[in-house]
Design a binder for this molecule. Sequence first.
Ligand SMILES: [Fe+2]
Ligand SMILES: [Fe+2]
Length: 343
Amino acid sequence: MTNYLVRSLVLSLLHGKNCNRLVSPLTTVRPAETFCVKHQNYLFLGISQLRRTLSTSSSSAETGLAEKDPKENSDADGAERQMGVSQENGVVVSSYWGISRPKITREDGTVWPWNCFRPWESYSADLSIDLSKHHVPKTFLDKVAYRTVKFLRIPTDMFFQRRYGCHAMMLETVAAVPGMVGGMLLHLKSLRKFQQTGGWIKALLEEAENERMHLMTMVELVKPKWYERLLVLTVQGVFFNSFFILYVLSPKLAHRFVGYLEEEAVHSYTEYLEAIESGEVENVTAPPIAIDYWRLPKDATLKDVVTVIRADEAHHRDVNHFASDIHFLGKELREAPAPIDYH
Ligand SMILES: [Fe+2]
Ligand SMILES: [Fe+2]
């Protein structure tokens, strides 16, 4: 068991796992339902290929298979059918439970390739947001939060120096943690106290997901080395637990800390943009995932991607300082409506 865990860890560090991997829709299922989803500028035509193995006969229960198109009933997949699975592009999909991915298209009719987010979760970043806003630390807790963030900046700057892409990628592995911790704790509090939370669970989880998408974008541009993966493992273990305890003890300090962290993120992405504009960093083509997630033009570049990510960070800054201010006023988050649906 120990050997297995060690081997898994080493393989994970060496090769990693990318959740952007395209998982193709099931092709073994029969179309049974058509639906149309309209959202903002998008019109999505989808064919939900629901197929349920309703029969409880012993044969279908053993194989876990529903009907297949005759042309697909080849001997080649006979072995797969014996196991109750369908395999396409290296992805093994069970067909027993009748769960399938609807066919979703972009506006131009091309197939939507992402499973990690859907078209209605894409958005245009608010580029008009004030990037220079700064919460002047006034109280003792403000100063603790501000100086802690400034102190943490020193070793990260020393480690990454002018490797802007790598710095951004590593920053995102940390930035995606607070929203998840805060959202989780508010969720549990809501259950314990039988209370609404004013949308704050959703707002914080949206932030965590948005930060994770920043990471999924950056990892398309910068391939992390094994020692960077090891660093992420270590930092995540320390940071998740530290932030969890901090949020339990003082949510106002936790949100203030994140607010200053986001101010630094805006600063870091501004430096990244300056490096692109000066030619120090090549302005490469934007990754396809970024073009779809932020509704960027097809010829978008790294500069466009960094610009929208920076706008997101400024939004996170405002949300977290706002959350901290609510606590400083002696109120609970649920007493002020949460800024949801930005992302
Ligand atoms: Fe981010
Ligand atoms: Fe952020």
